[in-house]
Design a protein around this ligand. Structure first.
Ligand code: KG4
Length: 375
């Protein structure tokens, strides 16, 4: 019997729905919200309202393009967190109501796990380009920078992560300081292609283990720019490309230094990258250079699977469905990733990555939870 999963993503400013049949992608519809451009960042209330407007037509379109009726669905998978609470609530509520009305299971998906599993989205039966377990995944997005050891679809361990800002956030903020548009990542990427990555140097963090820090780089960029602007009020205009290239090169160096260390220490040469920042050309090129120099087998997602999309939610839902790992209606959305200790046997048996993730709004009774915020 076929397993057909509808995936729903609404964690930030993209409303998306996708259909996966037996692990193969049939459709992936994404509606991005242009409304935030004027504000230089995502406005949570506007995002939530736009999700409300978009969710029904987006799901309808995904089913139509997949040639699937809602009665054929095996389950509805949805992003339960982390993300913006108002945005998540739209997708979570819709998914629960839809699954209930069809009397099919619902599968809750951790958005970060889904970014990693985007590498398993198959666009055809013949597509065999997936990484082999165990592999390392550098997860870099607007809200996260993590090195993850991926042991199986549902068994992941966070080896290191940012102790302050994420890589994407730092790039976006520096771009904002330069007066460029929103989001800054793609703009910096484009300008960097014409610039000299060695033109300027910015400070790099010295923190232990596999953790990252990007707040110092942000400050270093801001202060340097402030000094240069005193000398030349048109400094940004004159050096836009070099500034972008130098900033990008610094971020890429910081990311790759720790990843290289992890790959060497763990003796793993299957290395993947995921998340919105993995669209960055400088980072992609650095991955290719590392493949040549260190013999890595690298996995770089298609551009459409780097930023938020429901295909990655559907594939994660598919593997959780095969594991009979379903969600009950009372599980709420969660906005942040927190350390979580549960006394329930189900949670005890789940892996360290998932054990480390849960909700900031914990449902009533009991579990002993929340010992600290990871992200
Ligand atoms: O994964 P994502 O779509 O959303 C979450 O944060 O979950 O990532 C968004 C981030 C933003 O910071 C955006 O500027 C960055 O990804 N980004 C890029 C590029 N495209 C998107 N950063 C650098 N170069 C790009 N080409």
């Amino acid at each position: 019997m076929d397993t057909i999963i509808l995936g729903i993503e609404s964690s930030c400013d993209d409303t998306s729905a996708a259909v996966i049949k037996n692990g193969v992608l049939l459709s992936n519809v994404v509606s991005s919200q242009a409304v935030h451009e004027a504000y230089g960042g995502v406005v949570p209330e506007l995002a939530s309202r736009a999700h409300q407007q978009n969710i029904v037509p987006v799901v309808h379109e995904a089913l139509k393009r997949a040639g699937v009726t809602k009665e054929q669905l095996s389950a509805v998978a949805f992003t339960r967190g982390p993300g913006l609470m108002g945005s998540l609530l739209v997708g979570v509520s819709f998914a629960k109501g839809f699954a209930r009305s069809l009397n099919i299971p619902m599968v809750d998906v951790n958005h970060l796990q889904a970014h990693v599993l985007a590498h398993f989205i198959k666009e055809s039966e013949e597509d065999n380009s997936q990484p082999e377990f165990p592999f390392l995944c550098l997860l870099v997005s607007g809200g996260n920078s993590q090195i993850i050891l991926v042991k199986a679809y549902n068994d992941m361990e966070v080896l290191g992560q940012t102790i302050d800002d994420a890589a994407g956030e730092a790039i976006d903020k520096c771009s904002k300081v330069m007066g460029l548009g929103y989001p800054g990542g793609p703009i910096i990427d484009k300008l960097a292609r014409q610039g000299n990555p060695k033109a300027f140097t910015f400070s790099k963090p010295h923190i232990p283990d596999y953790n990252y820090s990007f707040s110092g780089l942000k400050t270093s960029f801001l202060y340097s720019l402030r000094d240069w602007l005193k000398e030349d009020p048109d400094f940004i205009e004159h050096h836009k490309n070099d500034l972008a290239a130098s900033l990008e090169a610094t971020v890429v160096d910081i990311l790759m230094d720790k990843l290289r260390k992890a790959a060497k220490n763990l003796k793993i040469n299957e290395v993947a990258v995921a998340g919105g920042v993995s669209a960055n050309n400088g980072l992609r090129n650095s991955f290719r250079e590392h493949a040549g120099k260190y013999g890595w087998n690298i996995y770089i997602p298609k551009f459409s699977f780097t930023t938020d999309n429901a295909a990655m939610i559907a594939i994660t839902g598919y593997y959780k469905y095969l594991d009979n790992d379903f969600c009950t209606i009372d599980k709420p959305a969660y906005s942040r990733v927190t350390i979580y200790y549960s006394v329930s046997p189900k949670s005890e048996s789940t892996n360290s990555f998932l054990r480390n993730t849960c909700m900031s709004s914990i449902p009533s009774p009991n579990p002993m939870y929340f010992t600290g915020i990871l992200n």
